[in-house]
Design a protein around this ligand. Sequence first.
Ligand code: UD1
Length: 445
Amino acid sequence: MSPLSVAALVGAFPVEFPAAIVYNSPVEKIRIQGRNDFQLKGGVRIGGSKNAVLPALAASLLTGEKVHLSNIPLVKDVFSMLKLMKELGLDYHLEGTNLTLEVPKILSEEASYNLVKVMRASFLVLGPLLARFGKAIVAQPGGCAIGLRPVDLHLAGLQRLGANITLEHGYIKAEADRLQGADIRFEKKTVGGTEHLIMAATLARGETILRNCAQEPEISNLCELLIKMGAKIEGVGEETVRIVGVDALGGADHEIIPDRIEAGTFLVAGALTHGDIRLTGTEPSHIMTTIEKLRYSGATIDIDGKTLHVVGSAEIRPQDVTTSPYPGFPTDMQAQFMVLMTQATGTSIITETIFDRRFQHVNELLRLGAAIEVLGDKAVVHGRTPLSGAEVIATDLRASASLILAGLIASGETIVNDVEHIDRGYERIEEKLRALGARIERFRD
Ligand code: UD1
């Protein structure tokens, strides 16, 4: 089989892609030649945030004018979202990491299951389509590897904004002549739910007050884009956000924030390998909880503007970690941090409070020689266990990252199967690690 270019992933693609950016078929694997005393050294540039760009893409449906986004991460989820939005009527042009989007008119108000199932975040097109065109039909997202992920809070909120919502044959149909502002309290913090209702409320009649909002930086980045488009939003980054609806939104120029999870993953890589890595293009204020935890574990991390310098310590101290909404410890860093704790001198307890099935990497880490017990929402990690290479399978995006990290310090060869997960959220991870000295390659059987 020949490698599929990024262009092939999105169908007819308007620009040529650099040869280096090539994502291949799902049967690909990653091979790592690791060593227990392996050290990563050098510099790495962190890309734009996957979780910030996806809602920004959905937000472009709210206007007929051009939206220019910069610092786009060239990851698979972005291309999946572009493919879906193209069917809805999106014209786009991507040059390097700059993307111009325009939805002059709607071609279809229906987002099909085939496209929604590959990426939950695509569900976010529902609210913007509804708010601008009065109607949307979007496949209900299914379950996923990290647990039950309902969209009930999104739908209850849209109903409170006056949408008539029905579920037919696995599709959610939403209709409203014009959405109407409302006072809504989220029962629990939801990143996607907060983004969805903020976007929908920008074109509603009157004022919407959203309470108990999630406060992730990606939500603030979205609000900044919407404000540039003409939205009236107060309380950006706070638990209570007020939106006064306007009749129409316009175009904007906007920069996507750096990916705090990619940065956190490379910080863990530095700490884990007793390495010395300089990360450029980061936003340190977005990852202070991760930085603090890594510092407690023994790593030295210096912050200089947008650059982070991590130097790992020969002795890693055990740390208990509980995932929670921002600014708490991110669930998206849990798997990577667990790998670090397998090398700590003592026992750590990692508690996962956000998703109910997010310990699937544990079985694979056990195959590499880790000593971990899962008790309900807790993983008890007994350190320090030298790891030894094995064939493992990646079950979700962050689990894949954790297995690659483990492979770096596992003696001998580790093969990570199902690497398509990693391409959803990390841009050329094996190239970035290779530049830091890792012996890692992508291959097909
Ligand atoms: C986003 C991130 C994901 C991250 C997660 C938590 C994107 C594209 N993805 O996912 O990487 O792991 O935040 O930080 O930004 N819930 C409900 N009902 C709902 C919505 C959510 O019960 O209607 C629950 C979820 O099942 C989960 C919790 O709320 O237990 C938090 O989920 P949420 O914050 O919505 O996650 P996502 O936006 O899907």
